[in-house]
Structure formats: C-alpha cells, structure tokens
Design a protein around this ligand. Structure first.
Ligand SMILES: Cc1cc2nc3c(=O)[nH]c(=O)nc-3n(C[C@H](O)[C@H](O)[C@H](O)COP(=O)(O)O)c2cc1C
Length: 211
C-alpha cells in the first residue's frame, strides 16, 4: 500500500467487526514492522501485552472508561514504555552495547562513556525518565498503527484508562508506564466511519519564539 494512502486512510475507528479474528502471524507481522521504529541509542524501551481473550479484554475495559472497542477488537495492545530502559542493569542496554561493538560503533573502552551519556540524558529525575519511556514507546505506537493500516487492519489509540488500575490488574511492574492502549482489528462495515477530523495547518504547526 502506498504510504500516502496509509497515512491518509488511518483512522481511529470506533467499531470493530467482532466476527473477524486476526491470524497470529499477521499480528506478529505488524509488531515486526513496528520494531523498525527508531529509538534513543537504539535502546527500544518498549514492550507490548497483546490481549486476545475476551476475559482479559473485559478486565482491561473495566479500567478503560468501559470503552466497548477494548473488548470488541480482536486484539487490544497495552503499550509499555520502560522508564528504566536506559540503565546499566537493563539487559537490552547491554545487548545494544554489544551490537555497537560488533558494528564498530563502540569499543570496550567506550563502556563508561556510554553509561555516563545515558545517565546524563535520561537519569536526571522522574520526569526525564518518564519522557524517555513515553517518547520512545509513543513513536513505536505510531509505527504500529501505520504498519497495521498498511496490512489492511484498523486501530484505535486510547489514553482513556486508569494507569494505576491497569498496572495493578495485570501485575505490570512499576518501572513501566503505559502511554496508550491500542485496539486493532477490522472496521465493522455495517457502521459509518465519522468524516476525517480537522488538522492544524502547516502554518499553525510552524512556530518560532523571539526573546
Ligand atoms: C494518545 C491518544 C489517545 C487517545 N485516546 C482516546 C480514547 O481514550 N478514546 C477515544 O475514543 N479516542 C481516543 N483517541 C483517538 C483520537 O480522538 C483521534 O485519534 C483523533 O480525534 C483524530 O482522529 P483520527 O485518528 O480518526 O484521525 C486517542 C488518540 C491518541 C493519539
């Protein structure tokens, strides 16, 4: 599918066809495409819970303003951003470093520099760590929604949920933050999609600040 088509046709759809499952291989294909998302130092501090069982989706829906799409979509993702995904203790940080050595982007001597740079950039305070988790997992979420559209699937992002309650319900460790839930499936063709929403113009988006 042409990218222009993908970006213009992606919509947050409210109604999913409850009779159409998504083959597991297709779910994996969407996630694999989204895995190409860029991230800080290529640390990829994102994970996904993929809820496909109705009981699990209903457990989530109860903490998501009872939005029916949470359980009507064949799969609803809980996106997780790792607030500690930059620390020396995180196994993917070591993996990223080893991969940098393999490609010649780092040497063993760079270990202290790499550790110091991560601490300086992301270790400042709670807000900085939250921003690290959410910006990276947010980019990942957008890739996932566009990947889904390119493969003929529809999605709906949601931040209408109770962060603490969802974490408790699914025993999600505290170092994760949930930037968004994403329902994914096929639009229910018996429903009417709302007209495309307005967007800020290029002039609205471009700003500058003079002192
Ligand atoms: C981070 C984020 C959170 C959102 N949360 C909700 C939500 O909880 N419930 C809902 O109905 N729509 C939610 N939306 C959907 C937006 O309302 C929708 O994307 C926006 O109106 C633009 O419409 P479009 O995606 O169809 O172009 C959310 C979108 C984003 C990006």
């Amino acid at each position: 599918m042409d990218f222009n088509h993908v970006i213009n046709q992606r919509r947050a759809v409210n109604f999913f066809d409850t009779t159409q499952e998504i083959p597991e291989a297709l779910i994996h294909q969407v996630i694999d495409m989204a895995s190409k998302t860029p991230s800080s130092f290529n640390l990829q501090p994102w994970s996904l819970m993929a809820l496909t069982h109705i009981e699990d989706k209903l457990r989530l829906q109860r903490h998501a303003m009872n939005q029916p799409k949470v359980s009507e979509a064949p799969v609803t993702f809980v996106v997780l951003g790792d607030r500690k995904g930059w620390t020396d203790e995180n196994p993917f940080v070591e993996r990223a470093f080893q991969e940098m050595i393999k490609t010649g982007a780092a040497t063993d001597e760079s270990r202290n520099w790499f550790s110091g740079a991560r601490k300086k950039l992301y270790g400042g305070d709670e807000e900085t760590q939250l921003a690290f988790a959410c910006k990276n997992a947010g980019f990942f979420s957008m890739s996932l929604m566009l990947a889904a559209k390119s493969l003929g699937l529809d999605t709906h992002p949601m931040d209408g949920f109770d962060q603490a309650a969802v974490k408790k319900e699914f025993s999600i460790p505290d170092h994760y933050w949930i930037p968004v839930l994403i329902a994914m499936g096929y639009f229910d063709q018996t429903k009417v999609l709302s007209p495309p929403k307005w967007r800020k113009s290029v002039d609205d988006i471009l700003v500058r600040f003079e002192s």
